[in-house]
Design a protein around this ligand. Sequence first.
Ligand SMILES: Cc1cc2nc3c(=O)[nH]c(=O)nc-3n(C[C@H](O)[C@H](O)[C@H](O)COP(=O)(O)O)c2cc1C
Length: 167
Amino acid sequence: MNKAEAKNFRSCLKPMPDILVSCRNNKGEVNALAVGYAGNCSYDPPMVMVGIVPSRYSYHMIKETGEFVVNLVPESLREKYAYLGSTSRRDEDKLVKAGMNYKEGVKVKAPILLDCPVNIECKVVDSIMTGSHEMFIGKVEYIHADEDLLDDNGNIDYSKIDLLKFR
Ligand SMILES: Cc1cc2nc3c(=O)[nH]c(=O)nc-3n(C[C@H](O)[C@H](O)[C@H](O)COP(=O)(O)O)c2cc1C
């Protein structure tokens, strides 16, 4: 196969995950947004990173508290994902409007989204402004998983989750 230069450098690494990042600010407002710029960045200690554009309402919530939750999204939440990824908490209380069930985390005050099969509670340990996004490095503090996904050793069987592939 011959190669030629690809010139569109926007989001060239695929596939991107489709996760919901949930957060809470010091006023007690809760929120979630769709995030594709995300990934693992350490397994010892476990760390993940999420990239948030500074114009997002969630950006200021995470900056303020240094906490967020990464929620893995099942295909069944496709419509809600599209809504949470296109409307801002600046304009409406998205979690209420979308009818999302949530409760406070164990180690963080940010909400875990109960309709998502895996929820990863994180505390920000560092961040870097890469360009369009600020990459928040989150130390994993606690992981929730639906009981039927877990084996006796607490391992998650990811093959049982019908993960959303949004695009
Ligand atoms: C598939 C998809 C991926 C997205 N990825 C990101 C992302 O990685 N970072 C980001 O800041 N916004 C991303 N967005 C956009 C935000 O989810 C969107 O602007 C959202 O409405 C912001 O909500 P907020 O203002 O309540 O925080 C994505 C949206 C979609 C639909």
